[in-house]
Design a protein around this ligand. Structure first.
Ligand code: HSE
Length: 309
């Protein structure tokens, strides 16, 4: 193979109750990346469009991941990479994860798929460290596995794919402000009261059971975050009003996508998705901050190959 073009999806991490342990991938939003094999054993980023990101291999998430993989595999070739960002860094939709996961997937294709999916997650987590200083697995696992994922354990890394009910739909509203993951993690408490932990882990269990059983009521009951959201929502103007508007339009639940500022809502079916989309849009128009809003299905396939020669 000489050339590869892929789509790497945007992702919603945490999904309200599952801080650092749950995530899902989106169909409608993501990056395109190309990889071209070179004789010279070097990793070079030749083009970035859609965002202002570093070209230096060690500072660019994709460059750093590919460099590490080719190095670990003692590859005798190099790769030229182009990146087209389909959504903004700092959105809470897993921008660095799309780059890191896409890079790991792409490089592995040129290495005859020598690395397993879980090993690719580890490489992409290294990319997360380059981007934000923490090796977080939720966004990168969702991008690589597709669908819904649970990070059952970080050490050793254990990831479980969760079934996706077929009518599940997403609305994501991205206010045009930047919230850095590092800053959004610094506002969180180190210690959590036991009664809050009990509610939170009950909700994680409920959400997983609801996804397995296609039980939309159980999914709705479980989409609550009483540990992280109360601290982070202050970083997102208009969060409460927008969440309320989504719930009043029959969203199953709404919350902060990853570390924000994107506000996501999960809905049952296209009709409710449309109502929720309109309600969130109308509400946010009165907040006075420019925003983008997206409708999507859940991406069950993860990273997709678009072209290969
Ligand atoms: N789980 C992470 C967080 C996602 O909420 O900080 C951002 O990478």
């Amino acid at each position: 193979m000489k050339y590869l073009k892929i789509f790497s999806p945007a992702t919603v991490a945490n999904v309200s109750c599952g801080f650092d342990t749950l995530g899902f991938a989106l169909d409608a939003l993501g990056d395109e990346m190309t990889f071209t094999k070179t004789v010279e054993p070097k990793v070079v980023i030749t083009k970035i469009t859609g965002a202002d990101l570093p070209y230096e291999t060690d500072k660019n998430v994709a460059g750093a991941v590919v460099h590490k993989m080719l190095n670990d595999a003692n590859a005798d070739f190099g790769l030229e990479i182009t990146i087209h960002k389909g959504f903004s860094p700092g959105s809470g939709l897993g921008s660095s994860a799309a780059s890191g996961a896409g890079a790991a997937f792409g490089a592995n294709q040129f290495l005859n798929e020598r690395f397993s999916l879980v090993e690719l997650v580890k490489y992409a987590m290294y990319g997360e460290e380059v981007a934000c200083g923490s090796q977080i697995a939720d966004n990168v696992s969702a991008a690589l596995f597709g669908g819904f994922v649970l990070i059952r354990s970080y050490d050793p890394l254990e990831i479980k794919g969760i079934p996706v009910p077929s009518d599940l739909r997403v609305v994501a509203l991205h206010p045009q402000i930047e919230v850095k993951t590092k800053d959004a993690r610094e506002v969180l408490p180190d210690v959590v009261p036991l009664k809050d932990a009990i509610s939170q882990w009950a909700n994680v269990g409920g959400l997983i059971a609801g996804l397995y059983d296609n039980d939309y009521q159980l999914i709705a009951n479980s989409l609550q975050d009483i540990i992280v959201e109360p601290h982070r929502k202050n970083l997102i103007p208009g969060f409460d009003e927008t969440k309320t508007a989504a719930l009043q339009s029959d969203a199953l639940g709404a919350g902060i996508s990853g570390s924000g500022p994107t506000i996501f809502a999960l809905c049952k079916g296209n009709e409710t998705q449309e109502l929720v989309f309109n309600a969130m849009k109308k509400t946010y128009e009165s907040v006075g901050i420019p925003f983008h809003i997206y409708k999507s299905a859940i991406n069950k396939a993860g990273i997709k190959i678009l072209e290969k020669t």
